[in-house]
Design a protein around this ligand. Structure first.
Ligand code: ADP
Ligand code: ZN
Ligand code: ZN
Length: 745
């Protein structure tokens, strides 16, 4: 039998994880050892026995065999959360094709070398009236430093020590004298410890309605029977999903367990967080991207030490090391931000379901527009489906007008604003109601369409839009198919065929010149470079400091503007014809969300959807706000074309500074893949093997990033295992190619 080795990591919390030590697995342990297990190993020159975790099992010795020490023993009771997390990291590595180190770094937050800073704050404790008197006194006596400090404290009762010393330039002795006179208190605290400290816990205020109770009791019945499932709550916005989550969390906590709540960062607003604090007090913690690594680590430690019961946060909050996790909630489960765009490219929903399986916890997904993937799984019985179909405060749905831009053109209106939209904007401005104009640009949309008949240039093989390239070619980003750019519409012969160009800036100037008296705000990448910029604009609009808000998808998420009665979607097609098989799904979601922004207050809302393809099913369904109708058509398309979730798809991306190298390597890999498939076919002979399609290589949608050319190969297979098999076989070849050709795969 071939010898096997275990790569062991020692002391996860303090190690920087890059260092693993290899040990030989004694024969009698071969059958028993597993990834993530705690082991005892001899360490260092003295061979003292210490604990470690197995993070890899391999038959490749890393150094001279005779020098490799043996594992001393396995701790079979190693139920520590770290050991489970290592197993999860292994699962991520296997399913998303990263290295073990990359996965581990994601799953187990590492203690940063820089300790998280403790922050000293100065709190005014003197009564306000007295403080004001004192201020007068200081001013009269020309104690300018003292006056400055007191003024600052009167404005904001807590001020950071650092600000006082560095910004206000006040000597420490002055601060000290304030302290001695009992005017202030100095505290050392990390502001993240309890970021919303001032919120007081309130008694439970709402009683669930029958729809909501139905969902809660259904899920809870399973839970008490020991059944753990994945549940999908399809509930329109405002149907009371958050209340359902909170009730479930409360029950889980009463059982002595903990809960993780994932919310897309963009929806992680003060409003949402406040609701959780009001209900659960300081047993809640939040994570967001503004926390430093050290602060994040501290939050994780609070969870591990049982100081909190609930962690709320985006994707990465999933890896909160609760000792007794009972429930994972994923709100807005369709959001693309749940998929990591860097290594490891895990999907938080899939990973949450795996994690819940390992820990015997339940998963609750919620959305008004579920991902096709989740809805499909709910339909096949993999998830359990619940519906919340009416709003808590019975508010009417908005009235939707679909405007055919081809008609507008025929009638001589070449403006980006249709006649109907212009008419409604005027009406709302007169009534002093607010308007949102939405342009659904999703990153890169270089498609070509005909303004006369709406025809879109598509790949004949993949049924996704072709993208214009600089060299005048139309290219498919799945299979690499190319054709010459056209000057006439192949469908109707019209010369009005080309790319669609309209940015938020251009729209702003058009709207400004047409409605010179309207106050306009614009929200896009340029105006929101900082996180504060984003919030500032939304706040200003909420305070009715502007009449019209123009923006990209940023404006449709999260916020509630009760005075908005009109939403205009300027070109619904922009997100419909991206080079992505999920383009229709994303369009439907965006349109539905945008439409949902109108009519949140007393007045009924109106929505104008402008499009060149008014008959496209995603636009028809969005106008009716009919999710099921959309789903039925979309799933048909996915099945016909073997796109997920009807099949599984793997993408291999090859990047290099030199185009030829990327190209060359992609070709080699494609040959290898075909070879692997061929071998498998021969082995299985009987012909019951599933069809596997290899597509490409093609230039990636974004063909060049940071000077690196990007090529992609897609593989579609009915069985997920087939893809994993190909991936595992490829990994060795990949390593070789990477060394030889200075490519990244
Ligand atoms: P969703 O998460 O589906 O958008 P929420 O849970 O935020 O819905 O509920 C929408 C609004 O209705 C909130 O202001 C919430 O406090 C209120 N609400 C929810 N459930 C009830 C209920 N059973 N009774 C009264 N108000 C409720
Ligand atoms: Zn045409
Ligand atoms: Zn194609």
């Amino acid at each position: 039998m071939q010898a096997k080795y275990a790569n062991v990591i020692i002391d996860i919390v303090h190690s920087d994880l890059d260092k693993t030590f290899q040990y030989k697995i004694p024969e009698y342990l071969l059958e028993k050892i597993q990834l993530g297990m705690e082991v005892v190993v001899p360490f260092g020159k003295s061979n003292r026995l210490i604990k470690g975790y197995v993070i890899m099992i391999t038959d490749k010795p890393e150094f001279e065999i005779t020098k490799i020490k043996e594992i001393y023993e396995i701790n079979y009771n190693s139920l520590l959360i770290e050991s489970k997390q290592i197993q999860l990291a292994g699962w991520i590595k296997e399913n998303y094709g990263s290295t073990m180190i990359q996965s581990l770094k994601t799953v187990i937050p590492i203690k940063q070398k820089v300790k998280s800073k403790e922050k000293k704050i100065v709190i005014l404790i003197l009564q306000e009236e007295l403080a004001k008197e004192k201020l007068e006194l200081f001013k009269n006596k020309h104690y300018t430093a003292k006056a400055r400090l007191l003024e600052a404290l009167l404005k904001d009762t807590t001020v950071s020590y650092e600000v006082i010393v560095k910004k206000l330039k006040i000597a420490q002795s002055v601060i000290k004298s304030f302290e001695q006179e009992n005017m202030i208190r100095i505290e050392t605290e990390s502001f993240y410890r309890n970021p919303v400290k001032k919120i007081v816990k309130q008694e439970k205020s709402v009683a669930l309605n029958t729809d909501q109770s139905g969902v809660v009791e259904g899920i809870w019945k399973d839970y008490t029977k020991g059944i753990r499932n994945t549940y999908l709550i399809h509930g329109v916005t405002g149907s009371g999903k958050t209340e359902v989550y909170m009730e479930l969390i409360q029950r889980v906590i009463q059982e002595g367990k903990q809960a993780i709540v994932l919310i897309p960062e963009i929806s992680l607003t003060f409003q949402t967080v406040t609701r959780f604090y009001q209900r659960f007090g300081d047993r809640v913690s939040i994570m967001n991207s503004r926390l430093s690594a050290g602060e994040k680590y501290d939050q994780m430690m609070r969870a591990r030490n049982n100081d909190i019961d609930i962690m709320i946060g985006p994707r990465s909050a999933l890896f909160t090391p609760f000792q007794n996790l009972g429930l994972i909630i994923i709100d807005e489960e369709h959001e693309s931000s749940y998929k990591s765009e860097s290594m490891p490219r895990y999907h938080a929903r899939e990973t949450a379901i795996q994690w819940a399986k390992m820990l015997h916890a339940s998963v609750v997904l919620g959305s008004a527009t579920p991902s096709i993937d989740s809805y499909y799984r709910a339909n096949t019985g993999e998830y359990v489906l619940y519906q919340l179909s009416s709003r808590v405060q019975k508010r009417e749905l908005s009235k939707v007008y679909t405007i055919d831009l081809r008609e507008e053109l025929r009638e001589g209106n070449r403006s980006i604003l249709s006649m109907k939209l212009q008419e409604l904007i005027e009406e709302k401005l007169q009534k002093q109601q607010q308007i949102m104009l939405f342009i659904n640009r999703r990153g890169f949309a270089g498609f070509i369409s005909c303004r006369s008949c709406g025809h879109v240039m598509k790949c004949p093989h993949c049924d996704v839009s072709l993208t214009v390239h600089n060299n005048g070619q139309l290219v498919c980003h799945y299979c690499g198919y190319q054709e010459k750019e056209v000057s006439k519409c192949p469908n109707c012969g019209s010369p009005y065929i080309g790319g669609f160009k309209a940015g938020t800036q251009k729209i702003e100037s058009i709207v400004k010149s047409r409605y010179p008296n309207a106050r306009i705000l614009r929200m896009d990448m340029d105006t929101t470079k900082t996180k504060e910029g984003h919030e500032r604009i939304l706040k200003a609009f909420a305070n009715h400091e502007a009449d019209i808000l123009i923006g990209t998808q940023m404006i449709v998420k999260g916020h509630d503007f009760p005075n908005v009665t009109l939403v205009g979607i300027l070109a619904a097609d922009l997100s419909l014809h991206t080079a992505d098989y999920r383009a229709s799904e994303k369009t439907f979601q965006l349109l539905t969300q945008a439409a949902g922004r109108a009519g949140r207050g007393e007045e009924k809302g109106e929505v104008v959807i402008q499009t060149y393809t008014p008959d496209h099913y995603s636009i028809v369904a969005a106008a009716k706000q009919d999710y099921k109708d959309f789903y039925q058509q979309e799933i048909l398309f996915r099945s016909l074309m073997s796109y997920p979730p009807a099949a599984n798809m793997m993408v291999i991306m090859i990047t290099s500074l030199k185009y030829e190298m990327a190209q060359n390597c992609a070709d080699i890999l494609k040959t290898e893949i075909e070879q692997i498939i061929q071998e498998k076919k021969e082995k299985e002979q009987s012909g019951n093997m599933q069809i596997i399609q290899v597509i490409g290589p093609a230039d990636a949608v974004i063909a060049k990033v940071n000077d690196r050319y990007q090529k992609v190969i897609y593989i579609k297979a009915e069985q997920y295992d087939e893809l994993i098999h190909i991936k595992d076989r490829l990994e060795n070849i990949v390593e070789l190619q990477e060394q030889k050709k200075s490519v990244n795969i």
